[in-house]
Design a protein around this ligand. Sequence first.
Ligand SMILES: O=c1ccn([C@@H]2O[C@H](COP(=O)(O)O)[C@@H](O)[C@H]2O)c(=O)[nH]1
Length: 287
Amino acid sequence: MLIDKFISEIESKRNCAVVGLDTQYEYVPDKMKKSDPIESIWEFNKRIIDAIYEIVAVVKIQIAMYEQYGVAGLDLFYRTSHYAKEKGMYVIADVKRGDISSTAVAYSKAFLTRPDIDFVTVNPYMGYDSIKPFIDDCVKYDKGIFILTKTSNPSSGDIQDLIADGRPIYEHVAIKVDQWGKDYVGERGYSFVGAVIGATYPEQAKKLRALMPNAYILVPGYGVQGATAQDAAAAFNRDGLGAIVNSSRGILLSYKKHPEIGLEDAIIQEVIRMRDDLNSAIRGDKK
Ligand SMILES: O=c1ccn([C@@H]2O[C@H](COP(=O)(O)O)[C@@H](O)[C@H]2O)c(=O)[nH]1
């Protein structure tokens, strides 16, 4: 099962950090900027992937950053996912889809039938029939999903924290994630039905971790959004597994903090710093 192989790869690299390829033209170093933004971003993405693929298991590609450039941007999204996959990386398409079942079937087909995409993020607001097509395709094509549960943004509480039947909505979502994923637990004890929990909400993450012990959790919010490795650690199980932690701008823009070294060295340095920071918070490894 994909989720078992995914866990083995994270273990063998000793790295639960996800590099978020939320690339925009503005992020490309001036020296690398060409007149064509698409080709500039492509060069940047390729150099990042080449720099990290031996030490990082997973990339998350945020589709919105590519869609803003129209059809050429979408083509770049897939060129990037294809390139990362060719280098042996796991690819999360951060697309946050969710719609009535007939439309969800099409959304799922768009991503989960592709060999270059392993996971997608989905939005549970419309309920089980909007999620089931993705689960069916996960079974058929050996893929996985991360369901938005408690998101990292400051306003996530506007709706997710409202109390229904005595508990916040995000806890109800976690209970559903647990139920929906129970039949799909692999050899390592984790399901391909996972969740998204922001590192910016560590107290909530502890409770949510207990409510869905078999879910793999995608944890955004580390770095630029202000969460620390200690915050992110709340989403992990005692086995040191159960979560992956994303950083996008913190890694993509790390070259600005280290103008004295080249792009690749700056990216590698930041990825290693993040990996060691997380391993120290999760399992007490020495930094
Ligand atoms: O709750 C959520 C869900 C998704 N995201 C996405 O993760 C990255 C975070 O980028 P940073 O630059 O590391 O802040 C981005 O793609 C978001 O859309 C999230 O932040 N929070």
